[in-house]
Design a protein around this ligand. Structure first.
Ligand code: CTP
Length: 403
């Protein structure tokens, strides 16, 4: 964070006291910070505290000092590498979402050319109100980065979501932001991850060994680079972290198909990394199937819908679609067949033959096969680094669409 220029904008919320800690951490990390305080936020934290911690004057009004000097919000907006609005009150969120420019914070927000992060803080009923939700969604759709509120004790004495993220959490997101490229801001992405489970009866299913780790790593990388991500996750025991990720949990291939189909129209890129069952039981018993006296049991299966093929057929010239292929033999030939038949922009091939690659490992070795005939082979790497390679290739493909 050394020498990064950050505007810390503080609006009126009891959480404003935490902004002083945030400021101290940012300065400690080597950032140069200028603080904007809305007039009402001065009831919660003083300009003197903030100017002392930031070693800069604090901006609160359009007029800077008693000489009547003008605070140039355009210059402030251009100066910054990042603007962080913490806490962002319900009022400030509403003004940001609608461009209501009645204070210096909003004027600077509207003038800023840099990425903007906003960190909501408010009481729980305000936080769950549809107006607040709509404002947050609108701000995200403009490419602003949400650092979501936490669950916990609130100033009102109530308990629930609305607590401002802790200063350490905010610094963590800011650090990651500066490390990663922000080349997917304004883009929307859809990713499938994990296995699907096809029920046989209430206690049994047909499944596979996919852990979902690769898909989750890609979702985090897409989000780190600014994309708004819908992660459609099969039954996996994994957590997602980035607030740009909206997770939809599904279990069966059919549910995954429906979720992808619902979200695909409006997205810029889709990466289908899930290990979707190709077959599902024709009949699902509503009671546990009991052991019989005969020697065997036959379960009849029917084909599931091919999700990748479906969206490959739907995709427009502005959308990028990526598939995976996990193969045990004739790897490249099989993957190229999938590339063609499913109309993907590229296929990420991993082979079960490679030690350390494929299901459940923390590493993977991939080859990317593109629809322009290009073939890119990579070393064995952590799934995090493989995710970076895949997303780099997605970004290149998107850039070529617009070239
Ligand atoms: N896929 C899908 N829907 C399915 C099956 C697969 O979207 N019903 C997607 C996977 O997410 C992956 C790609 O298709 O991106 C290839 O999956 P894979 O299981 O390797 O291949 P299949 O097409 O199922 O063919 P096969 O199992 O015969 O290799």
């Amino acid at each position: 964070m050394k020498n990064k220029k950050i505007i810390l904008a503080i609006s009126a919320s009891i959480a404003a006291y935490k902004a002083a800690f945030l400021l101290r951490l940012l300065v400690k990390q080597g950032a140069e910070v200028k603080v904007i305080l809305t007039p009402s936020a001065q009831d919660f934290v003083t300009p003197l505290t903030l100017s002392t911690l930031s070693k800069n004057p604090v901006f609160s009004n359009f007029v800077l000092n008693e000489n009547g000097e003008w605070t140039n919000h355009v210059e402030l907006g251009l100066w910054a590498d990042l603007m962080v609005i913490a806490p962002a009150s319900a009022n400030t969120l509403a003004k940001m979402a609608n461009g209501i420019c009645d204070n210096l914070l909003i004027a600077t927000y509207l003038s800023a050319k840099c990425p903007v992060m906003f960190v909501p803080a408010m009481d729980l009923d305000m936080f769950v109100h549809p107006s607040t939700n709509a404002n947050i969604a609108k701000l995200q759709s403009y490419g602003n980065i949400l650092i979501d509120a936490n669950d916990g004790e609130l100033a009102s004495g109530l308990s629930g979501k609305g607590r401002m993220a802790e200063p350490e959490e905010i610094v963590d997101v800011i650090e990651k932001h500066f490390i990663s490229k922000q080349d997917l801001i304004g883009k929307t992405a859809l990713i499938t991850a994990g296995p699907t489970y096809e029920n046989i009866d209430p206690v049994r299913f047909v499944g596979n060994y996919s852990s979902g780790k690769m898909g989750f790593a890609i979702a985090e990388e897409l989000a780190n680079r600014g994309a708004l991500v819908t992660l459609i996750a099969g039954p996996v025991d994994l957590k997602h972290h980035h607030t740009n990720i909206t997770r939809v949990n599904v279990r069966s291939a059919e549910q995954m198909f429906d979720a992808v189909n619902e979200h695909f129209t409006n997205i810029d890129l889709a990466i289908m990394s899930a290990a979707v069952a190709d077959y599902t039981p024709i009949d699902v018993a509503d009671k546990k199937i009991k052991k019989q006296n005969d020697d065997g049991l036959t379960i009849e299966l029917k084909k599931t819908k091919d999700i990748l093929k479906h969206i490959g057929n739907l995709k427009t010239k502005k959308q990028v679609v990526v598939g995976f292929a996990l193969e045990t033999n004739d790897e490249e030939a099989n993957a190229l067949k999938k590339l063609r038949e499913k109309n993907a922009d590229f296929i990420v091939l991993n082979s079960m033959q490679t030690p350390g690659a494929g299901f459940r490992h923390d590493t993977n070795q991939i080859t990317i096969l593109k629809n322009n005939g290009e073939k890119l082979a990579y070393q064995l790497k952590s799934k995090h680094d493989v995710a970076i390679d895949i997303v780099n290739e997605v970004v290149k493909t998107i850039q070529n669409l617009h070239a």
